[in-house]
Every structure is written in C-alpha cells, then in structure tokens.
Design a binder for this molecule. Structure first.
Ligand code: NAP
Length: 231
C-alpha cells in the first residue's frame, strides 16, 4: 500500500535523502522547503517521480504558510516528518555565538517548528488510517547525554522531545502516533564529514522505523535503527 509523507527541510541533508528514497519506493511525497527555486536536487527528484512528488515553499516556523499548504493538499497524509532543523553555537558558556538572535532561531526552528507543523497538518493526518508524526530530534537533547557544550541546540532538542510527549498525550485519542527520532551522527552539512554514518544509512533506517511505527510506540524516543533512547 502506498504511504503519503510530508517532510520539512526536504531540500538537503537527511530530508533530501529521505525524499529520494520515498520517491524511489513509489510512495507519495509532499516536500516542504524554504527556497524551492534554488532546490535543484529536490526539483530533479520530484520531476522524475511520475507525479508522486510535489514541492511547497515554507519556513518551518511560518504558521500561515504551513496552514496554506495544508489547505492545498487534497486528502490525507500518513506520515508528517518534522525534519527541518538548525545547529546554533557549538561551544560552551563563553561562546559569543550564544546571542539572543541565534538562541531565538534555534528554539523557534527546532522546538516550535515541530509544533507548528503538527498543528498545520493535523487535519490531513486525521484522514489517514495510520497517522504518524515523526520528529527528527537528536540524542544531544537527551537528559542522559553527557555533553558540556552546544547549550541551545541541546535545549531545543530536549524541548522538541517534550513537545513530542505532549502531542502524543493529546493526539492519542485521535489514534495519531507521535514519536521522536535520533537520526544518528550523519555526514551532512550539520553533522560534518567526520560523522559516523552516511545520509543513505540514516534515511533508510528512519524510513523503516516510520513504516513500522505503531501507536504502542507513541510518546517514545527512538534511534534510527529502532533502539529505544532515554528522553
Ligand atoms: N546530521 C546529524 O548528525 C544530526 C544529528 C542529530 C540530529 N540531526 C537533526 O536532523 C535534522 C536534519 O539535519 P541535517 O543533518 O540534514 O541538517 P542540514 O544538512 O543542515 O539540513 C537542514 C535542513 O533544515 C532546513 N531548515 C533549517 N531551518 C529551517 C527553517 N526555519 N524552516 C525550514 N527549513 C529549515 C534547511 O533548509 P535551508 O537549506 O533552507 O537552510 C535544510 O533543509 C535536523 O533536525 C537536525 O537537527 C542531525
């Protein structure tokens, strides 16, 4: 059976690779990104997809444009993937890059973005027989992670996990599964070339987990290979 996905931040990194693998498997994709006009790889994928893909323009924090996209989508969405994310200052207490503007951007994008995305596409999810919201978080947001830097990235992903739990509690009555995922340490612009795994490995693991996701896993935090992680 065909699965319909919506992915934010679909133009590069893990979002682009998930988009590629979803379209290759014949599933349907709504790809959301900030600048479709310059997203050449995504445009090539969608143009070669026999009408299975469609690109929409939105920032992950722009409630109005997300709601407009939801209105344009006729029919249901099975899996909403809140993938758009940004890394802020990577240093410690004295990292000057921890300023008000960068803190606002990282918290809005990584913590509020998944909330706005879930709210916008709730009505499309309600039309699915197996609705799922998958938030791409990070193990750096776990309270068990022993990191001593990247304060606001860590806080933003801890916040995303907390948003996930609250959404899971509220949407359980609708049968919507809400789960957050650590994609691994992945070789992307954010992860860097020294990261552990390729974007292909991360994306294929995540998609397998999305496909297998059941309501029994709502409110949990999973690794890209399905292993449970502590919140
Ligand atoms: N790579 C890793 O090792 C790793 C580890 C743990 C978690 N993650 C998480 O995995 C997700 C994807 O990361 P990645 O490695 O693929 O990063 P990436 O290569 O830096 O790509 C980030 C994506 O997010 C988009 N984005 C950022 N801010 C946005 C906003 N306000 N609205 C819409 N789109 C926005 C970017 O779009 P633009 O091109 O427009 O900037 C881009 O498509 C993120 O949530 C990240 O925190 C990554």
């Amino acid at each position: 059976m065909t699965t319909t996905y919506l992915i934010t931040g679909a133009n590069r990194g893990i979002g682009l690779e998930m988009s590629r693998q979803i379209l290759q498997s014949g599933d349907r994709l709504y790809a959301v990104c900030r600048n479709p006009e310059t997203a050449s790889e995504l445009n090539n994928l969608v143009h070669g997809s026999n009408g299975h893909g469609q690109i929409f323009k939105s920032d992950a924090c722009d409630e109005v444009s997300l709601a407009n996209i939801a209105d344009k989508i006729v029919g249901g969405i099975d899996v909403v993937v809140c993938n758009a994310g940004v890394m802020s200052a990577r240093g410690g207490l004295n990292d000057a890059a921890n300023n008000a503007a960068s803190v606002a951007t990282v918290l809005m994008t990584n913590t509020a973005g998944p909330f706005f995305t879930a709210r916008a596409f709730y009505k499309n999810l309600k039309l699915s027989s197996a609705p799922r919201i998958c938030i791409i978080s990070s193990y750096m947001g776990s309270q068990q992670h022993q990191g001593a830097s990247a304060y606001f990235y860590r806080a933003s992903k801890a916040g995303a996990n907390n948003i996930m739990v609250t959404l899971a509690n509220e949407l359980k009555a609708d049968g919507i599964t809400v789960t957050s995922f650590h994609p691994g340490w992945v070789k992307t612009e954010m992860g860097g070339s020294g990261a552990d795994i390729t974007v292909e490995e991360s994306a294929s693991g995540l998609i397998q987990q999305f496909q297998a996701l059941k309501i029994s896993k709502t409110g949990t935090f999973l690794n890209y290979d399905g292993k449970s992680l502590p919140l």
